[in-house]
Design a protein around this ligand. Sequence first.
Ligand code: 5GP
Ligand code: ZN
Length: 136
Amino acid sequence: MKQEQCIFCKIIAGEIPSHTLYEDENYKIILDVGPATKGHALIMPKSHYADFYELPEEAAADVIKLAKKMMIHMTDKLKCDGFNLVQNNGEAAGQTVNHFHMHLIPRYKNDGEILKYIAGEPDREELERIKRTITE
Ligand code: 5GP
Ligand code: ZN
């Protein structure tokens, strides 16, 4: 299920080196080469799925379980103060590598505004319209 042009498939195949934190038959966790903070890592399935839309439910469950274990382990080892789990889908959402992955980002007091959005101010009618769009 390897995609020839996929950089993460190449890493998984050992064609591009990476700093591997964990590996089993189906998943790999590596350090991000452009880390937001010390220890920023990426969980990925070894099979190629473009994003979370494509990821089978069973793999999604595995990824979350793995993320929880690794987050606890990394928090203990790195002595970080908090943790972000981030997962981007599609260019509009900031995805740059189209092989599903979840970011594990250890956070440290005063490490800056790494993940920040500007809060909107919708009125109640707008929220109600959005709710109806999603639920009806
Ligand atoms: P995305 O923006 O798709 O959610 O995240 C892609 C991530 O992959 C980025 O944080 C980027 O630094 C990382 N990345 C891109 N190329 C490589 C690579 O060759 N090796 C590693 N370890 N990380 C990479
Ligand atoms: Zn791939």
